[in-house]
Design a protein around this ligand. Structure first.
Ligand code: UD1
Ligand code: UDP
Length: 370
């Protein structure tokens, strides 16, 4: 049995880490291909260090670019490696261009694909990630669905139920494995001069929010309204896409927004845990906020993670300041102790995924690859 593990961006490194560690623990043969879609130290190598991951066996050096260029370059670089390594299965996680290209390269060679976080749908085709999700799911042999909603979505799309495995989300493994470590090592609250439950945390990087000047300004107007009512510091570890767009559009930020560069996972989970409120358009942060019991104002019109909304952990506001204020008023009136059901996994998801793979994927080390 040999597994090819494909990663490319910050959330893929974080959510694939438990799978990599579990392969290592079980002595399963694996290799890691990193597209380098993310490459800046604070979006990439910091996570290898903090999550104690082995260096990738292959770095494709693809970097940033227009969608087709980036996707095409990953495909081209990936093929000879897969031909040489002949894995029994490749694993991809999530919905990035790396995921689509990795799955497509494997599919063209007749290599089985396992898609971790299968079945998520926003039903918003303007999101590049939605196309990536749908196509990857329909190329996959092993669909690791987070919960029953995703299982039902995939079955409704005609995917054979035998291929769908409901396992939870590896985001829970990473989070639960690192909470204590981060509590013991991170000094981020002191470094930023904030106290527990004394600040709001913001992240934003969706193309729909930050690539269009009017939308980015609308988002900033939302923060203005929130700040006018609440005095809490707003901390914003800014994604490089957003940083680039602020510069391109020559937008100056108000002083009350405490802008910091993207930070490591151990610091970031402490910031999340101790935030009074999180405002985000990130997929992974919607899940982590829910797991940590921190209310999340989701800066999106729709979400492929409706479970966080259903359990009462998140409210979708888009860029509507009034909706955001109403959500903040509602939560903050009730104090800082929030609890809801956990729809995102028990922290043992990678183990389940590897049980399924080792029990069901035939090991075909001599399999003919076209
Ligand atoms: C990508 C994914 C998105 C995911 C996000 C996680 C796609 C289509 N998008 O979006 O689904 O939620 O990663 O963060 O796959 N940049 C740097 N350094 C880096 C990486 C990017 O400076 O290490 C800058 C570049 O200016 C680049 C821009 O960020 O053009 C966008 O990067 P890209 O990987 O294309 O998209 P993300 O917005 O990061
Ligand atoms: N994250 C981090 N540092 C930051 C911002 C986010 O470590 O400064 C982590 C966060 O804990 C989560 C993941 O990055 O696990 C989310 O990544 P992102 O928002 O870039 O992508 P998405 O989940 O939207 O695809």
């Amino acid at each position: 049995m040999k597994i090819g593990i494909i990663i490319g961006t910050r959330p893929e490194i974080i959510k694939m880490a438990p799978v990599i560690r579990e392969c290592k623990k079980r002595g399963i043969a694996y290799f890691i291909i990193h597209s380098n879609q993310h490459y800046s130290e604070e979006m990439d190598s910091i996570f290898f260090k903090e999550l104690q991951l082995p260096a990738p066996d292959y770095n494709l050096g693809v970097g940033s670019g227009l969608h087709s260029n980036q996707t095409g370059n990953i495909l081209i670089e990936m093929e000879p490696i897969l031909l040489q390594e002949k894995p029994d299965v490749v694993l991809v996680q999530g919905d990035t261009n790396t995921v689509l290209a990795g799955a497509l390269a494997a599919s063209k060679l007749g290599i089985k694909i396992g898609h971790i976080e299968a079945g998520l749908r926003s039903y918003d085709r303007t999101m590049p990630e939605e196309t990536n999700r749908i196509l990857t799911d329909h190329m996959s042999e092993y669909l690791f669905a987070v919960g029953p909603n995703q299982h039902a979505i995939l079955a409704k799309e005609g995917i054979d139920s035998d291929k769908i495995f409901t396992v939870g989300n590896t985001v829970s493994d990473s989070l639960f494995q690192h909470l204590d470590i981060s509590a013991n090592t991170s000094t981020i609250l002191a470094d930023l001069d904030v106290v527990s439950k004394g600040f709001f945390l913001v992240t934003a990087h969706r193309a729909s929010n930050v690539d269009i000047p009017a939308n980015l300004l609308e988002l900033l107007a939302l923060f203005d309204k929130l700040h006018a009512k609440y005095t809490e510091t707003i901390i914003w570890p800014i994604h490089p896409r957003t940083q680039a767009k602020l510069k391109e559009f020559s937008i100056e930020l108000p002083k009350y927004l405490k802008l910091i560069p993207p930070i490591g996972y151990l610091d970031f989970i402490q910031l999340q845990k101790h935030a009074k409120l999180i405002l985000t358009d990130s997929g992974g942060i919607q899940e982590e906020a829910c797991l940590l019991g921190v209310p999340c104002i989701t800066l999106r019109e729709n979400t492929e993670r409706p479970e966080a909304v259903e359990v009462g952990a998140s409210v979708l506001v888009g860029r509507d300041a009034d909706k955001a204020l109403a959500a903040a008023d509602n939560w903050l009136a009730g104090g800082n102790n929030h609890s809801w059901d956990n729809p995102f996994g028990d922290g043992h998801v990678a183990e389940l995924i590897l049980d399924i793979i080792t029990n069901t994927v035939p090991s075909t080390l001599d399999q003919k690859i076209i």
